[in-house]
Design a protein around this ligand. Structure first.
Ligand SMILES: [Ca+2]
Length: 98
């Protein structure tokens, strides 16, 4: 099926009943990006998308710390979220940590 001007992966296409122009809406599992209005996966942490500048490739980042999926040893280190990755910084009193 022709998806018109809409993105085949992320958007559904419908016709505007008043003038027949195409309307693109985000498919299930996608939401409107705060950056440019395109549809992106709901699993992307949008709080980090603001750091992207126009003309640069959209950085896809998640907050590994908030999602508790970093592999930091939380006994000796704390998790710091950065764009595209995360860091494990040593807690006070630890010279070596992972
Ligand atoms: Ca991150």
């Amino acid at each position: 099926m022709n998806n018109g001007p809409c993105n085949n992966v992320t958007e559904d296409c419908a016709a505007d009943p008043t003038n027949g122009t195409a309307i693109c809406t985000c498919k299930s599992g996608y939401e409107t990006s705060v950056m440019n209005g395109s549809c992106i996966s709901k699993f992307i942490d949008q709080s980090n998308l603001y750091s992207c500048l126009h003309g640069y490739i959209l950085l896809i980042d998640i907050d590994e710390c908030a999602r508790n999926i970093s592999n930091c040893d939380l006994q000796s280190s704390y998790c710091v979220d950065i764009i595209g990755s995360f860091l494990c910084n040593c807690k006070t009193g630890y010279l070596v940590c992972i």
